[in-house]
Every structure is written in C-alpha cells, then in structure tokens.
Design a protein around this ligand. Structure first.
Ligand code: GLN
Length: 461
C-alpha cells in the first residue's frame, strides 16, 4: 500500500515500464512526463488537507485536454498539439488530490470499438495479448486492467467506456448526458458525447464520478442536478428494486454462454431481494443504423475545424484549398475519413430528410422505449454489455462487423440515460460484463445494484 502520492506515482510508473513499454508492451499510454507527475505528487503530499482522491494516480484518454501533455485524439492531424487550457474533469480530479500520470491510446477521434484505429498503433488486451482491449477508450481500460492505475477517464459516444470495460474485466460508467462537464473534451458527436470513468472496482468508479460530476459554468450542456455520494450507495438488501430484463438484448442468436452469465447475475440479484421482470424495448434493433447516421453526421461537422490552420498538422501546399485537402488527407486515418464522408452524405440537401431527419425521429422512439419501461415501475435494466468477449486483433476487418459491437451500448447514448458495465464472469478465461441502465440522473440507484453484483461475484468465488 502506498503511503504517499509520490510513492503511488512512482509505483504507477514502475508498472508502466513493466507492462506498457517497448515493442511487446500493451501500448496503452501515449504521453507521460514522470518528473512533472512527481512535482504534482509532491504538491499533493504537502497540501494541508487531504482530498477525496489524495495520492491516486490516474490516466486520461487522449481526447481530453491537458496543459502539459499532448492531446492528439489518437490522430496524426493533432500530433504535437498541447492544449492551452485544461478540461474541467482533469481540474476536478487534480483538486481532489489525484495525479495525472499519462494520456491514453484510443481509436482516432474516439471512432472505433477495438483501438485498432489509432494512428499510434493498437493496444493489446492485458488479459490476453492476442486480443483487442475494446474501444475507443482501449488505452484507459487496459491501464486499469494492467494495474497501472485504479481510475481512468474515457469518453462515450456509443459505448466506448462500457465495451472496453467489459472486454478487460473492469468497471466502466457512462453517466447521464449532461452529468459531467465536457469542457475540454474534443467533440466527436455532440448530442451523444459524455466523459466516462473506469475503475478497478465499483467503489473506484463511484468515487471518481462523484468528483467529476456536477454543473460546470463552462459547459452549458452540463446539468444542475445534485450529485450524491455514489461510493456510499451499497446496500446488502435489494428488496423493492425492480430489474427489467429486456428481451431485445437477449436474442436467440446471443451466445448462450453470455446469456447464462447474465442469468446467473440476475439470480444473484434476486437472492438479495430484487425482483426481475421481462420487458421490451421494441426499437432496440434500430439503434445501430440510427447511431451510424447521427454520429458521423455530427462528426463531419465537428471535425471541420481540423483544417491545418489552427491546430496540429499542416501540409504546405500551393493554395489554401490544396493545403486543407492535403492536410486532411494525410492527417485523418481511414475510419475517420469514412465517417466524414458518410456524415457529409447524410446531411447533404438531397438526403437530409431520408437519412438524418428519419434517424432523429427513430432516436426519439428509442428514448421513449426507455421512459415507458421506467414509468412502468422498472428501476433499472440489466443486459449483456457486449455480445461476445474480446475478439482477436485483426478479426473485424469489415467496418460493419465492427459497428455491430455497439449493439447493446449505443441505445443509452441515443437516449442520454446512465449505464454501467460490471464484470459478471468469464468465457474461456476472457472477461464479460453485465450492463445496468438507469433513469436520467439516477446514477445512485445504478451504483447500488452495481455494488451488489460485484459483492455477489466476490462471494461466489
Ligand atoms: N464504437 C462506437 C463508434 O465507433 C462508439 C465510439 C464511442 O463511444 N466513442 O462510434
């Protein structure tokens, strides 16, 4: 056990050197500055009063702005870019005594489900290095799973915290849309994006979320709902809690081993007094097509700012137009290019009504499904986080195959509701997560049941 911030930070760097560095390392951390982290740690040790996270080293995804380390979003177009300001989430974690030890690898601009779309190479899954850690926040997930840190920041647009948490056997939270300030998060799809947290345990994740959540005057989309102490949400008795098991998340095609792990977890919740009811969210199957219209549409607009003039890469050319073109062609990787093309297409005058407007209409139906189920007396939904455990590197060369990975996670982003992935078991030695989805701004209830799932699993071992 560390006795000071300085020794905790030294341990994090020692672990990093052991598992992350070199050609055979995990490749989860992109940018670090040990001497700077030690300066911060000394300041924490010298502070008069301890904070909620005193001495806890943490890492942040490379799309969250930091003033001493680069913020490249896993992209060549931002190589060397250092932000002049710091994201609110970083400021809040630091104010609570946590120390930033690195920026983590991710799919380029958070687009992906395997971390294979990073300009800086893939991240390996610490549980099995032949497999992906999930994405897009794969570096953050792997950093926690490999024991470098206990808490990490990621971002969620369609599942990028929960899916890698499931693949790496850790806890991952997507808070309610508006729960956490996005000041300093590089925008991907603004109506979906939210910063999320990874924890080695439910307690770690709860503590980190508690510190970063709440209204921020610098983000007009942040909500003003009170933040409760999520870390104290655990109760041994779940009497009176109604859990919904949505049938669309347990299709006949679901791997029976995944379904079995989920049903065992539901039995554990019943044993603690919860009631479980079958429910239906009829528009679930439309989530992937809707997400892959809305997210690229918003991305095509957000990514217009990377033009070679203001940030990062610039490819000198004969004319301004050519400079834009060459910079963007060289700076963006194939997946980002695909999304920009797709997004520009669905927003174009002739197709706007057929695709973008239609997708927005269906999105409303998906959100209504959740509200109706919650209004019928269900407090939380329980589903698999992912249809399978982590797949092998290179296994999904078809982009559509990759997109299907988000089938159980994208719905929460489209609806804005909070969700958490908690490890519930293993399949052939590979972790698999169970997902709890709650009502808007009711993270407390979600954590209560997440603690119960974690405790039940610990007892069963
Ligand atoms: N995998 C999804 C995508 O590729 C989700 C990404 C995310 O949540 N940032 O868009």
């Amino acid at each position: 056990m560390s006795t000071s911030a300085v020794s905790a930070v030294r341990e994090a760097f020692a672990r990093m050197a052991e598992v992350d560095a070199g050609p055979t390392g995990l490749n989860c951390i992109l940018w670090t500055d040990e001497s700077r982290a030690l300066v911060d740690a000394r300041a924490v040790d010298d502070a008069a009063a301890p904070g909620a996270l005193t001495g806890m080293p943490f890492v942040a995804k490379d799309n969250i702005a930091t003033t001493h380390l680069q913020t490249t979003c896993g992209s060549r177009i931002l190589e060397g870019y250092v932000s002049p300001y710091e994201a609110t989430v970083i400021t809040r974690l630091r104010a609570a005594g946590a120390v930033l030890v690195g920026k983590t690898n991710c799919d380029e601009f958070a687009m992906g489900s395997s971390n294979e779309y990073s300009a800086w190479g893939p991240v390996l899954n610490p549980v099995d290095r032949t497999r992906v850690p999930g994405g897009s926040s794969g570096g953050s997930a792997a950093s926690v799973a490999a024991g470098i840190v206990r808490i990490a920041l990621g971002s969620e647009t369609g599942g990028s915290v929960r899916q890698p948490a499931s693949y790496c056997g850790i806890v991952g939270v997507k808070p309610t849309y508006g729960r956490v300030s996005r000041f300093g998060l590089v925008a991907f799809a603004s109506s979906l994006d939210q910063i999320g947290v990874f924890g080695a345990t439910v307690h770690d994740a709860a503590l980190a979320l508690e510190v970063i959540a709440g209204r921020d005057p610098r983000d007009a989309t942040s909500g003003d709902c009170p933040v409760t102490p999520y870390r104290l949400a655990a109760t041994a008795d779940l009497t009176g809690v109604m859990i919904g098991r949505p049938r669309e998340y347990f299709p006949a095609s679901l791997d029976p081993r995944v379904a079995a792990r989920c049903d065992a977890a539901l039995d554990q919740l019943r044993a603690r007094g919860a009631d479980v009811r079958d429910v239906s969210l009829p528009h679930t199957e439309l989530a992937i097509p809707v997400y892959y219209i809305i997210a690229p549409a918003e991305a095509s607009s957000n990514l217009a700012r990377f033009d070679g003039v203001r940030y990062g890469l610039r490819v000198p050319s004969d004319s301004l137009g050519e400079m834009y073109e060459h910079t963007r062609t060289r700076g963006f990787g194939p997946e980002v290019t695909r999304r920009i093309l797709l997004g520009t297409y669905v927003l174009s005058a002739g197709y706007y009504d057929a695709y973008y407007r239609k997708a927005q209409e269906v999105r409303t139906l998906i959100a209504k499904d959740f509200l109706e189920v919650f209004d019928s007396g269900v407090h939380l939904l329980f589903t698999p986080t992912t249809p399978t455990p982590a797949f092998e590197l290179g296994a999904k060369s078809d982009p559509y195959e990759m997109y299907l990975n988000d089938i159980f996670t994208a719905t929460a982003n489209l609806s804005g509701v909070p969700a958490i992935s908690v490890p519930i078991g293993e399949i052939d030695g590979l972790p698999i997560g169970g997902q709890l989805i709650g009502r808007h701004f009711e993270e407390q209830a979600m954590f209560r049941v997440a603690f119960a799932l974690e405790a039940a699993r610990a007892e069963a071992r």
